[in-house]
Design a protein around this ligand. Sequence first.
Ligand SMILES: Cc1ncc(C[n+]2csc(CCOP(=O)(O)OP(=O)(O)O)c2C)c(N)n1
Ligand SMILES: [Mg+2]
Length: 1014
Amino acid sequence: FLADSYLPFRLRPIAAPQTAKSQSQARLAAVGGALRTFQPMRSYTASVSAEPFLNGTSSNYVEEMYYAWLENPRSVHKVGDCVCVCVCVCARVLVRMELLPRTMASLCSKCSGTRVMQTPRSITFIRGHHVAQLDPLGIMAAIDPGPPPSDIITSNDKLGEERRGRFYGLDESDLDKVFRLPTTTFIGGSESTLPLREIIQRLEMAYCQSIGVEFMFINDLEQCQWIRQKFERPGIMQFTLEEKRTLLARMVRSTRFEEFLQRKWSSEKRFGLEGCESLIPALKTIIDKSSMNGVESIIMGMPHRGRLNVLANVIRKELDQIFCQFDSKLEAADEGSGDVKYHLGMWHRRINRVTDRNITLSLMANPSHLEAVDPVVQGKTKAEQFYCGDTEGNRVMSILLHGDAAFAGQGVVYETFHLSDLPSYTTHGTIHVVVNNQIGFTTDPRVARSSSYPTDVAKVVNAPIFHVNADDPEAVMYVCNVAAEWRATFHKDVVVDLVCYRRNGHNEMDEPMFTQPLMYKQIKKQKGVLQKYAEKLIAEGAVTRQEYEEEIAKYDKICEEAHTRSKDEKILHIKHWLDSPWPVCFFKMDGQPKSMTSPSTGLTEEELGHIGHIASSVPVEDFTIHGGLSRILKGRAAMVGQRVCDWALGEYMAFGSLLKEGTHIRLSGQDVERGTFSHRHHVLHDQNVDKRICIPMNHIAPNQAPYTVCNSSLSEYGVLGFELGFAMASPNALVLWEAQFGDFHNTAQCIIDQFICPGQAKWVRQNGIVLLLPHGMEGMGPEHSSARPERFLQMCNEDPDAYPVSEFAVRQLYDCNWIIVNCSTPANYFHVLRRQILQPFRKPLIVFTPKSLLRHPDAKSNFDDMLTGTHFQRLIPDSGPVCEKPDGVKRIVFCTGKVYYELTRERKNRGMDNTVAIARIEQLSPFPFDQVKVETDRYPNADLVWCQEEHKNQGYYDYVKPRLRTTVDRTRPVRYAGRGPAAAPATGNKAAHLVELQRFLDTAFNLDAFTGQS
Ligand SMILES: Cc1ncc(C[n+]2csc(CCOP(=O)(O)OP(=O)(O)O)c2C)c(N)n1
Ligand SMILES: [Mg+2]
């Protein structure tokens, strides 16, 4: 509530030296008061970050406001009682932060009388979580046994001598005085006045029991008030008998599932949920409530812990299917290599029993890499929202589960949070659930994070955080309801922090006493949450012991029967674990592609002309574009007139035509709208009207598919993961992620290594994502030069030593794990983009894209190369003078990408157009063995050279060489012309760059260079 919009008064400007620090120092010197050191009780480090809204400049601002208010209350804007509350809180917190002398709070004479009670209220709701009973083990305090913050008063405290002067001058005799309640509180219910004793007790009930609420950093008054009323209203946390019995039944399932697995497969790893069994009712509550609010599809991502339990009891995967995963003798039926059981995903549509509505639940498959699935889930959610026109996230939502250590430690969590409110990336609120078992493998939080809570990262997006003792299932259910309502109301992220413990080691085979002896002594004594809750309900009379035991027996029987059935399973079907099924019309019934032919990717002359016209015009009225852009568009129009395309226009033709044909296109990445190299300009900006833009690509045809082009946040891991998830939702979309420079993909390495490269093999799901990676050695230094083709090539699943026997154009594509191209012409780039959609299956496509070629006068394509009947060329043979007398050709230089232009220039300069042939391998993977063979056969007297501009240990050499050798049946050696091996991808010295270039060109054209080499 410190936002300017709520305080539209003018503050006295703060002169430069009057920073918060210098002011407070001056005042400290003046009063010479002793300072109190604040020791937060429940945090592992003594941090003041618990109130980040009073950090830095905001504390400065508040301090100014405080003094203005002291001088004259009318000088500050009043929002009901808020100002008083705010100022009192500020004063106290500033004292605690050592920014104000201790005595300052007592200067606050305006807070006497009926208003004085507002201060304890404020402090309690800000910091009640410090004293709430969050830890089922009760050992957090034992880890860091600091005293409770002394300005938090609980009903156990005496307001006597030792507290006098610290608690606003109040003492025991004030406890029965009656105070008027401010309008901003809900603790009174229908009462407007209450005795102080009652006020303290009610605040305790609201904020200091099993739930600790962190929300005061949210700078929106309405949202804060919304949360307050959810926790302050007397009696708000009451449940019907029906609700309690359902909760107990869910706890029974959650607990007995793990016990069943433990009984049957005691030596198998399963990452059981023991110690956090209330996760299952937590998720089910969120799902029920969201279904009530109209949600039809929920996409979930989660780590290992409790995953099988979630599959069984939340997603409702058939138990026998889960149990047969434990049978080590079953063989897999599908293609692909599969994954371990606690990584598999699942998709299921069913009726929600509480709402009687359809709900689709999917749990995304994920790798071991914790949190990597977060952005993928968000992307898939966004796509589902997009395709069903759910612009506000009312029908589709995501739930992300986290471990405490991973949530705090993994940067991708932060990257994902930062996508949460961006127009092209928001999923309109994610519910995060943290299984906070207070340990990460063997490491305890004191050494695993610097923040007080593992959830502090969520504060960057002002997400409210509900810490809850997971041994209190009703409190868990309550906060989950509030979280789901929050999401439905505000469409923003929210965090539920289930403070729990881990009954076993990291996995069932692990001995936790090696490293956490005291914690585990306590855990051994700990009564299970199901038993505790059942006893509570039996004592209350909500269920009888017999009913409870029957519920257990019923579920055990279900498990036993499923186990018996699972023994009938003879084979494992990975397909049954698909998390993102595509429409059946995309495949044949057996999941195979509808055809194995490759249609032409060309267009008619008319289509090329029409898209070219759109690309060179501004299709709306009264829109002023930048003069430089006018020149670019004129240049495009001239090219269209001459029937040629440069790189940007080739891309335009591909996108424009696919859109016209009904394929949605989404291009995302840093600065993609204009293009890092200022060549693309897909979004035009009116030079006179702020924020007025025009996307000509959306003006191609009346019934075209929409084009989404979006500059992303400055993240690779998060954004690439997001786009991968987006591409999962539908086969009928071309989803492209462009790196600013190709080398930046390595900060998203996990998405590439764990999802894109092996995704289909592990999880039998196809994905057609396209990575555009600017690449090329242009003297720009070690960074920005190489997109590291060697890494992508090394991960191709093709056998370099076997000449494929099947047809090449399609079958080879179908069998590979991804397609890697480095196109040298705009036409070929155009074709490969169109092929990505027109081919009858989906594969990831990696494109090394050029930089200098974007404007290279020779890197242009004629419309003829893009007309109907034309195709992507996997290899572009030499079509020059060498064709006339192939026998006279002494050398064939194979290359890929931009170096082709350097080679042709050098060949011309040397007058060797008749003696050296140059062939471009445009599709590196799968390798065009057949077309390479045509070339090597064509020039029987030529030696074979691979030329690349990259260093020898990088680029393509190690990949291409064995394949070239296989092609010629190892009858001819393959020579190398290129830079020598190096640690860095490129030199930082331009002169050295040019020397290196000339040196390898010399080698490439020196016909004696390899004489004598074996
Ligand atoms: C990115 C990544 N780094 C390391 C690991 C190895 N690892 C597996 S589980 C684990 C501890 C996770 O702790 P937490 O997130 O608290 O989850 P918990 O196991 O306690 O449920 C670690 C370090 C991993 N899986 N992923
Ligand atoms: Mg943990």
